[in-house]
Design a protein around this ligand. Structure first.
Ligand code: GTP
Ligand code: IMP
Ligand code: MG
Length: 333
């Protein structure tokens, strides 16, 4: 901290929601600004015995003093956002930039048919067609939506002011490096860049203002939708290993593969990562469940972390040992 960008180093669903909720609580983040594409994301936050599936609102909502902002680069589905605001009772601390583009029913309809649905196997949430319309400069923006009026705020100004006042700020990326329109597995990718630089641009933070980029990796790799997944294993094998996950937004089964050192290494480069987090260590090594201290990890888990650090050349500072926001080993000094 003060300004930390969180992004995923694989194909999304690595547990950014959990890492962000932990950091917000632990570091008392004053502001979290959501970056990324829009409601195609599904972040899971487990806190105080409740499980939240969030598609729009920053995962930092668990820290009650944190401002929850939507950067101008993010696409907003007002219905989903308003529902999440109500669910989390966060009305008095949410801010939406007037320039956020708005997803409408016809975007969703287009996304649910043709090549987007059949070939790319998108989430069907309307984000691709909405970004296409944004590029044509015909899309509706947040300042034109009466239901959002009370939330409108200059997000880049708020975020930069907090950074200048040396408050802790989180920039919350979504999706994953290899879903990026520029750096991912084109055409099997999302509708814009989603690396750390894009996340900064989404919320109006310049590159000189960032202190840390945390790359979130998972102890194995998963992917939903079409496109290549190196060393993919069968669904049966994934189920046997305990790696079979169900997607938060679409309910689809996630495809799985072992941890990829090559993808992780390249993701460090593409995002300028300064640290990495690895979630689901407890799935690979069940003895790690709920641990909070590195010294208690079994030698094989320690060995895995050391190998990752050797390959990617940045420190692995956070280890997820369970779905709960506080089930984490924090090695930051
Ligand atoms: P996108 O922005 O959609 O890419 O999502 P995400 O990165 O926030 O991940 P998502 O919440 O979709 O998926 C991660 C899943 O793993 C969720 O079900 C989390 O509750 C769970 N999870 C996260 N960290 C850990 C961990 O360390 N251990 C275990 N067992 N589960 C975890
Ligand atoms: P779209 O972003 O809905 O257009 O989908 C394009 C591709 O990205 C599809 O393969 C989706 O499954 C994938 N995708 C988009 N957002 C996420 C996410 O948040 N997690 C995982 N996969 C995603
Ligand atoms: Mg997800």
């Amino acid at each position: 901290m003060p300004c930390t960008v969180i992004v995923c180093g694989f194909f999304g669903d690595t547990g950014k929601g959990k890492i962000i909720s932990y950091l917000a609580l632990k570091d008392k983040a004053a502001v979290t600004a959501r970056a990324g594409v829009g409601p195609n994301a599904g972040h899971t936050v487990v806190y105080k015995g409740r499980k939240y599936g969030l598609r729009m609102l920053p995962s930092a909502f668990v820290y009650e003093k944190c401002r929850l902002l939507m950067g101008p680069g993010v696409l907003v589905n007002p219905e989903i956002l308003l529902r999440e605001i109500e669910m989390t009772r966060s009305e008095n601390r949410v801010g939406v930039d007037p320039q956020c583009a708005i997803i409408e029913q016809h975007h969703i309809q287009t996304d649910k048919g043709g090549h987007l649905a059949q070939k790319i196997r998108t989430t069907g949430t309307g984000t691709g067609p909405c970004n296409a319309e944004r590029a044509l400069r015909t899309v509706k923006i947040a300042k034109e939506v009466p239901g959002l009026r009370k939330f409108l705020t200059d997000v880049p100004l708020e975020v930069n002011k907090a950074i200048d006042e040396e408050k802790n700020v989180i920039v919350e990326g979504t999706q994953g490096t290899y879903l990026s329109l520029f750096h991912g597995t084109y055409p099997y990718c999302t509708s814009k860049d989603v690396t750390a630089s894009a996340a900064c641009s989404d919320v109006g933070v310049g590159p000189t203002k960032v202190d840390d980029v945390i790359l979130v990796l998972k102890a194995y790799t998963t992917r939903v939708g079409g496109g290549p997944l190196p060393n993919e294993i069968s669904e049966k094998e994934a189920a046997q290993r305990g790696w079979l996950e169900i997607a938060t937004v679409t309910g689809r089964k996630r495809r799985a593969a072992p941890f990829s050192y090559d993808l992780a290494k390249r993701a460090v480069m593409l995002n300028g990562a300064t640290q990495a987090a690895i979630t689901k260590i407890d799935v690979l090594f069940p003895e790690c469940k709920g641990l909070k201290s590195y010294g208690k990890l079994p030698p094989k888990a320690e060995k895995f972390v050391e190998r990752v650090e050797k390959e990617i050349q940045v420190p692995v500072t956070l280890l997820g040992t369970g779905p709960g926001a506080l089930e984490i080993v924090d090695r930051r000094s």
